[in-house]
Design a protein around this ligand. Structure first.
Ligand code: RP5
Length: 169
């Protein structure tokens, strides 16, 4: 599972997910980071199936050179909140769309954190994963003028691509 582009000098984004089955969603985070030239690593870290791996990752993430963690999980989605408890790094949670409850369970598992243990919570599914990547880039851009410029250019290009009038179907 992937390593993103970038010059390798600044902090990386960690994209972690509870299962291989989350990757089609979390790949949207990787895609937008690729577009912005932000380095990242993607890993499977499950709060339930690999708790020791989760603990080690959360405790070591800052020392590994990560600056932001994007954590996606579905169903009983405890991974983002548990990582927030283990690291001072910003954690952005992506509720993966679940089969049984369409991601409502994932969303509610992530969003209602107790005061003092903040976890950013994005929209359910691929839109949330994309926006988590953009937010991660925006956080890192606070200390990286080049990335800030690329992010502004990316946003301007998206705006320029919107037609002023609809075309006939
Ligand atoms: C969660 O359970 C994962 O984040 C995933 O969204 C969900 C289902 O996992 P699999 O049964 O597909 O491995 O822990």
């Amino acid at each position: 599972m992937g390593e993103g582009s970038g010059d390798g000098a600044g902090p990386k984004v960690a994209i972690v997910m509870g299962s291989q089955s989350d990757w089609p969603t979390m790949q949207c985070t990787a895609d937008v980071l690729d577009e912005l030239g932000v380095p990242y690593e993607a890993r499977i870290v499950s709060a339930h199936r690999t708790p020791d791996r989760m603990y080690a990752f959360g405790k070591g993430a800052a020392d590994e050179g990560f600056g932001v963690i994007v954590a996606g999980a579905g169903g009983a989605a405890h991974l983002p909140g548990m990582l927030s408890a283990l690291t001072h790094l910003p954690v952005l949670g992506v509720p993966v769309e679940s089969k049984a409850l369409s991601g409502q369970d994932s969303l509610l598992s992530i969003v209602q954190m107790p005061a003092g243990v903040p976890t950013g919570t994005l929209a359910i599914g691929k839109a949330g994963a994309t926006n988590a990547g953009l937010l991660a880039a925006a956080i890192l851009a606070l200390g990286d003028a080049g990335l800030s410029r690329r992010l502004q250019d990316w946003r301007a290009a998206r705006s320029a691509a919107v037609a002023e009038r609809p075309e006939d179907a």
